[in-house]
Design a protein around this ligand. Structure first.
Ligand SMILES: [Zn+2]
Length: 340
């Protein structure tokens, strides 16, 4: 079983202290429609950054950036849809139900334990999912289009309450379909079930960016899974290495690139990462497929409720700790180091 092969790098149970167990995921994100990564209505441009093209190619190019926030927020929301369906989101201290981007995390649900929270009640949990900005392989100038659109009404639609179409115009910059972002995601001290939850969220999320528009379709593929004691090379190093490998192979680096070609070159680049500092285990392609089949099975209609409830109950003892600590007084709290 490929999940067992990573067992040394899984926590056996949730615990509050980091122990340097790291699972690294290499994710290829491909836009399947026009996509807009910016806060709607702000008019801010799509995020891009000047960086070195390759590790050996020193020329400077401007790449599109998919920020951490644009990755994690929709993925969290996806998982939370299912937690909500199973009544596994808890009331927060102010009485409302656990919600994102407010001051009301419940501090008890799977999402709070994994993705973290910092809020109201004085508690804090660091996220155990470390993402980084993901970069496009190709230069931004090849990947951006401009479109003039009817401005959206406050209702989020293009029609007013009398069903009249909006006549106000906006120019909107969008990322073209078939644009590829390469991404490294690091999971710190997670259990096998927590890994299944996170990988499920990544694979099940299909919409990113400005959510009220009919755009933003994206597919995520996991190309590599690693176990070790340190983070993998960064997303930027990965995209630079893939750029170099493409150039070396003589293949043209121009939009649109075939997804399979990028997947193949990326797999070739990460094939020797086993020798990088801190990486001990790399799953083979067959093992990655096996692990993803395992994740799919856990998220299937038949097993999802059981899986999510089991994951939820794994925090049960931990949820009680603060109460107990209070009851027993300060001196007892020796082995429950504060913080997360
Ligand atoms: Zn919560």
């Amino acid at each position: 079983m490929s999940v067992d092969k990573l067992s040394k790098f899984f926590a056996t149970t949730y615990e509050n202290f980091p122990k340097g167990r790291t699972i690294g995921l290499v994710v290829l994100r491909t836009t399947l429609s026009e996509t807009i990564f910016r806060t709607e209505g702000t008019g801010e441009p799509i995020c891009r950054e000047f960086v070195q093209a390759g590790e050996t190619d020193p020329s400077i190019i401007q790449r599109l950036v998919m920020t951490k926030r644009k990755q994690v927020a929709p993925e969290r929301r996806k998982g939370r849809e299912f937690l909500r369906a199973e009544s596994l989101l808890y009331p927060s201290k102010d009485g409302t139900f656990c919600s994102l981007n407010t001051n009301a995390p419940c501090e008890m649900c799977v999402d709070c334990f994994l993705y973290g929270f910092a809020a109201g009640g004085g508690g804090a949990q660091k996220s155990r999912i470390w993402t980084e900005d993901a970069f496009s392989l190709l230069p931004a100038s090849d990947l951006i289009g401009d479109r003039t659109i009817n401005a959206i009404y406050e209702t989020g639609t293009m029609r007013d309450e009398n069903n009249k179409a909006s006549t106000a115009l906006n120019t909107s910059e969008y990322i073209k379909p078939s644009v590829h972002f390469l991404d490294v995601v690091t999971l710190k001290d997670v259990t096998a079930d927590e890994m299944r939850y996170i990988v499920g969220n990544i694979l099940l999320t299909s919409r990113y960016g400005a959510v009220s528009s009919r755009v933003g379709r994206m597919e995520n593929q996991i190309l590599g899974i690693f176990g070790g004691i340190a983070e993998l090379p960064s997303s930027l190093e990965l995209v630079q290495s893939v750029h170099d490998a493409f150039t070396a192979s003589g293949k043209a680096l121009e939009h649109p690139l075939e997804t399979q070609a990028i997947a193949d070159v990326t797999k070739q680049v990460i094939s020797d990462w086993i020798n990088k500092r801190g990486v001990s285990v790399k799953l083979s392609d067959a093992e990655v497929s096996e692990l993803i089949a395992d994740v799919d099975r856990h998220w299937s209609e038949d097993e999802r409720a059981t899986f999510l409830k089991r994951l939820d109950s794994s925090y049960e003892t931990f949820r009680k700790v603060p109460e107990e600590k209070k009851a027993k007084g300060k001196g007892k709290a020796k082995d429950t180091e504060a913080g997360g």
